[in-house]
Design a protein around this ligand. Structure first.
Ligand SMILES: NC(=O)c1ccc[n+]([C@@H]2O[C@H](COP(=O)([O-])OP(=O)(O)OC[C@H]3O[C@@H](n4cnc5c(N)ncnc54)[C@H](OP(=O)(O)O)[C@@H]3O)[C@@H](O)[C@H]2O)c1
Length: 292
């Protein structure tokens, strides 16, 4: 099975390179392919004739998407379309990464979203990612759309210049208390665990939309408290409301993804986010390896 990986130097892309190292893998960065340019996408895909194309490339800066709406739709919607056209022309399976931020517009909802729920995004980022999903669904006969949330991985997000955990650890070294939002709830997800689950999925023919996150849920406040507890920091975390921390993009107050499709197919849930967080902190050298 020959696999093209678009966005191979990104946060998830880096872990996919490791998880798929025993396969025939062609890693492509933005120097090799520009997903907003259909000729570039078709040329790269025709050169390698892949069985599977994985698209992790995206414009992930949620607040910047509000200021650069055209760019958000170019990368997240038309970029996904271009990759779907290539997959369709070459008869390849497409794996496309999406987000929990396609949900959240139904603001009274506080139960996990399944793949069979109707997405209602709140932000330009969420709308552009949903538009990308729709192109993939309509153009590509065999696809896996993988929605995930709050990724943390060894490489850190290229687009975001790191990830939430690294930001909290850095700030905790500078301050003795941190104010963190407590009314946005989600499931943090370790890029390494997600990469292995994508490896399992592409060996199946269970095409469709999949929610793939670590188990368990938390707010940014609870996530920060656990990070600093494990890292042995004395900095305290103070819960604040999202309304006290204005951001340009609206974010869901609840965006937990029920990994229902995986469960229906008898595939294992991913481990609890707290266990994954411990492994991440060890992997990054923030804490020593723990005895289990
Ligand atoms: N990060 C999260 O918390 C999160 C949560 C839910 C879903 N997701 C989704 O998961 C996927 C991976 O996220 P990530 O955190 O791994 O992001 P990331 O680290 O920013 O990686 C994205 C990759 O896309 C590349 N890229 C951007 N524009 C491109 C273009 N026009 N053509 C080709 N490559 C391009 C970037 O390259 P350069 O940076 O070198 O340009 C980078 O390597 C995305 O689809 C994202 O929407 C992420």
């Amino acid at each position: 099975m020959k696999i093209i990986l678009i966005g191979s130097n990104g946060q998830l892309g880096s872990d996919l390179c490791i998880a798929l190292k025993d396969r025939e893998l062609v890693p492509l960065t933005d120097k090799d392919i520009d997903i907003t340019d259909i000729d570039s996408v078709l040329a790269a895909c025709k050169r390698h004739k892949p069985d599977v194309i994985i698209n992790t490339a995206a414009y992930v800066l949620v607040d910047d998407c509000e200021d650069n709406v055209d760019m958000a739709f170019h990368v997240n919607a038309l970029g996904a379309r271009n990759v779907a056209v290539a997959a369709q022309q070459l008869g390849s399976v497409m794996v496309h990464l999406s987000t929990d931020y396609v949900f959240g517009g139904d603001e009274d909802r506080h139960t996990p979203y399944t793949e069979f729920d109707n997405p209602v995004p709140l932000s330009t980022y969420g709308k552009s990612k949903l538009a990308g999903e729709r192109f993939v669904e309509h153009l590509c006969p065999r696809y896996f759309i993988v929605r995930t949330s709050a990724l943390f991985g060894r490489a850190g997000s290229c687009g975001k210049g790191g990830n939430f955990i690294e930001t909290i650890i850095r700030l905790a070294k500078q301050k003795d208390k941190l104010n963190v939002v407590c009314d946005q709830v989600f499931s943090p997800t370790y890029a390494k665990d997600l990469a292995h689950k994508i490896g399992e999925l592409i060996d199946t023919r269970y095409y469709g939309i999949f929610h793939v996150t670590n188990s368990g849920t938390c707010s940014w406040f609870e996530f920060s408290r656990e990070i600093l507890k494990l890292a042995g920091s004395k900095t305290s975390v103070i819960p604040i409301k999202a309304s006290e921390y204005p951001q340009r993009a609206r974010r869901p107050s609840y965006s937990v993804l029920n990994n229902y499709h995986l469960r229906l197919l008898g595939m294992d849930d991913m481990r609890d986010w707290k266990k994954a967080l411990k492994d991440y902190l060890v992997e990054k050298g923030h804490i020593a390896r723990l005895k289990t």
